[in-house]
Design a protein. Structure first.
Length: 609
């Protein structure tokens, strides 16, 4: 075949595939045009797997003399010179969207400007334009697309089911509605309206609509011309995929694995494997710092310094999460007990000794067999008191339990866990407690693991880790290169509370370990450190793995399942949990507690309907 020029129609059909790969991309382009036109209301209708689409807005419209020109490739009102790309204040700039869409569909555009009494329209049937005609329409623009890809059957073949394509369209509209929170959206799937978003004042307010929950929190950070806004839900609200991690750069919805990685890293010690948070990240940065012109669909961007962006996102979100704002909301919503029923007080329970032997038994450790069944039938509970001093005398066998807290102190100190009355243990693994509204089961290992993790991490960051010297040093036989690796990082190990000394070419001894940490946990950490260091080819950065190492120490040093706890020990663990906002999750993301409202229990037992 000889070389020849392609005709315009073929060129347009090929180019359309770069901008409009599937119906959801078309919807995104049309909504962006509507927003660029200053619209405050946008209505989207789609049907037939997204091959029939209508988008109508109340924007400023298009002049009749420019309406036909809008369907020509590379015609745009957004830029006039290449340098304008770096100072964009609009979504579109290439002038390709309408030309691409009209080349592969039966297309009509109708538009009316505010100072005009009539509207004007242009039709294009698979690239063949009609003349401009007069018609009627409220101020704004309406784009009607039907028979999408009819003249490119290969593209139809690659579309999936109608329900799948519709789900992608709705995801795109949600993204555009989320970041353009001042715009009202109405969305119809066929004849049915699937959602409507009223105008919102803030990104947080619109996120509350998106997530269907008022318990949404926000944080922001501004530095050197960068602004990061994060809107997020608690780690209790998780997904099985990343579809509710929404990333925006310069108010554009983008797919950026680096930013998603920063989000996941900030949630690292709060979620289990396979869980994803609900988060919105919006980054605004100097215009010369980011290139938005690297993908035809503008779904990807390129930063001049990706690590700077990663750190900004991570530190903004991690700092907000570390304060556990959802905990204050929960604590404030829980009414404290104010009854005075004698049989409800903790004085009916006796204390075991403070020794903590491990009993591998399934027996419950309730001191009064009748206490469990009787108390959950009541609705009024006493106001337990908080033991005032952590250094209180250790109770002896047979002594009465110290009350947990006073309601007045609860109001003043904003405690949460201490407002629960400890009942006992189940399976020597779960602490059972209650307040006026619910019963709570606390996983003693997960709870203590989080306490140790937070405490050790805090001391590490402040350079104040306590060290306990070992009477008999722990010996470790290793490979020569492994010993050299440990000695190379001896300063970092010292900082985390592990003191080592070389005793031979292929052996070391451990002289000191962090206070509250068991020897087994230290041995596990050293092996983990060696294995991970050997697995990477580049220089191993200790600081990047500190949280994982601290989690290992905490996990192997925490109270174990099957370990008997005294009443005082259980109460002290709850009091320790109040020191740390993230105490509802172990460092590996497992939940620490399960809650059962008395209303739920009464329904399950058929006491109420």
């Amino acid at each position: 075949m000889s070389i020849s020029y392609l005709n315009k129609q073929v060129i347009d059909q090929i180019a359309a595939g770069e901008v409009v790969e599937r119906p959801s991309h078309l919807v995104k382009e049309l909504i962006e045009n509507a927003i660029d036109a200053g619209s405050t209301k946008i209505e989207v209708r789609f049907d037939n797997g997204g091959r029939d689409i209508v988008v109508q807005d109340n924007g400023k419209g298009i002049a009749p003399s420019e309406l036909a020109l809008a369907l020509d490739r590379h015609s745009t009102s957004k830029i006039s010179e290449y340098e304008d790309i770096w100072n964009l204040s609009s979504y579109g700039f290439r002038g390709e969207a309408l030309a691409s869409i009209s080349a592969v569909s039966d297309f009509e555009i109708i538009s009316r400007q505010p100072d005009s009494k009539t509207a004007h329209s242009v039709q294009s049937k698979f690239g063949e334009k009609s003349d401009v005609a007069t018609t009627q329409l409220p101020v704004g623009t309406l784009v009607r697309v039907s028979q999408l890809f009819e003249n490119t059957p290969v593209r139809i073949k690659f579309l999936k089911t109608a329900s799948y394509e519709h789900s992608l369209i709705k995801q795109v509209i949600k993204a555009m509605a989320l970041i353009n929170y001042k715009v009202e959206f109405k969305v119809f799937d066929g004849p049915k309206m699937v959602f409507q978003t009223p105008q919102a004042a803030t990104l947080k307010e619109r996120a509350q609509w998106l997530f269907g929950d008022e318990n949404v929190f926000s944080a922001s950070k501004q530095v050197d011309g960068f602004e990061v806004e994060a809107v997020f839900m608690s780690p209790y609200a998780v997904e099985r995929n990343s579809k509710n991690i929404w990333v925006f750069v310069q108010n554009r919805w983008v797919q950026d694995k680096m930013i998603q990685s920063a989000v996941m890293e900030s949630y690292k010690n709060l979620l289990m494997h396979g869980e994803y948070p609900r988060v919105v990240i919006n980054i605004n940065c100097p215009k010369d710092f980011v290139d938005i012109n690297i993908h035809p669909a503008k779904s990807q961007v390129k930063f001049s310094d990706t690590q700077k962006v990663f750190r900004l996102v991570y530190h903004t979100l991690e700092k907000a999460l570390s304060s556990g704002p959802w905990k204050e909301m929960v604590a404030a919503s829980v009414p404290l007990a104010d009854g005075h029923s004698a049989e409800m007080t903790t004085e009916t329970m006796t204390m075991s000794s403070m020794t903590m032997p491990i009993h591998h038994s399934t027996q419950s450790s309730f001191k009064d067999p009748q206490l469990f069944s009787a108390q959950f039938q009541k609705k009024v509970f006493p106001a337990p008191q908080l033991f005032a001093d952590r250094q209180m005398p250790i109770p002896t066998e047979g002594s009465k339990a110290a009350p947990v807290m006073a309601s007045t102190q609860a109001a003043n100190e904003n405690v949460y866990w201490q407002q629960y009355q400890v009942i006992g243990q189940v399976d020597l693994t779960y602490i059972v407690c209650q307040n006026a509204e619910k019963m709570v089961l606390v996983d003693q290992h997960a709870a203590h693991e989080r306490v140790l993790f937070e405490r050790l991490l805090h001391h590490y960051k402040n350079g104040s880790i306590g060290i306990q010297k070992l009477l008999i040093p722990l010996s470790m036989d290793l490979e020569v290169d492994q010993v050299e690796l440990l000695l190379k990082h001896q300063e970092q190990l010292d900082k985390i509370g592990i003191q080592i000394e070389q005793t031979g070419p292929a052996s070391i001894c451990i002289l000191g370990i962090p206070t509250e940490i068991k020897e087994n946990g230290v041995l596990k950490l050293i092996h983990q450190f060696i294995n991970e260091s050997e697995a990477v080819s580049t220089s191993y950065v200790f600081e990047n793995r500190v949280k994982d190492f601290v989690a290992t120490l905490a996990c192997h040093s925490a109270i174990r399942a099957g370990q008997s706890l005294s009443q005082f020990e259980m109460e002290k663990l709850l009091a320790d949990m109040d020191e740390y906002p993230l105490s509802s999750f172990c460092p590996h993301g497992r939940p620490v507690n399960l809650e059962f409202s008395f209303k739920y229990l009464e329904k399950e037992f058929g006491r109420i309907n």
